[in-house]
Design a protein around this ligand. Sequence first.
Ligand code: HEC
Length: 111
Amino acid sequence: MGVSCAIRVCVCAAIGLLIGCQSTSLRRASANTVPRLNAAQATMVGLSSEEAQAAAKLCTTKCMRCHQFYHPADYGETEWRSWMTKMNRKARLTPDQAALLTRYFAGLLTR
Ligand code: HEC
């Protein structure tokens, strides 16, 4: 009983390690800098270059006050949307600011 128990614990630990490693390596380099939209990306989501710049700044001042930058490409669409509902509230964004950030994140997903 002692041996099979030890084996089971070992297998569980190995699986845990595997899953742990995989989920971190799948993540895109989330960083402490906020990416800028290039001109093509800004155009795709209908932002002027000033607006695109304002959006990146908003992300720096509002979102990164609490944590690192998270890239929307690392999340499923619905997953990201539900995070944003929650985070827009946490960041106390006005509806205009929230709409601007939504476009900015959509822009990051275009190429
Ligand atoms: C007041 C602090 C605060 C602000 C402001 C804030 N967040 Fe968060 N964020 C958190 C905390 C705490 C978590 C951890 C998860 C939770 O709260 O359930 C989190 C989690 C997240 C996650 C999920 C990370 C994961 O575990 O994969 C994303 C994405 C995210 N935030 C994006 C944003 C964006 C974008 C903004 C700006 C609109 C923002 N956050 C503003 C505190 C904040």
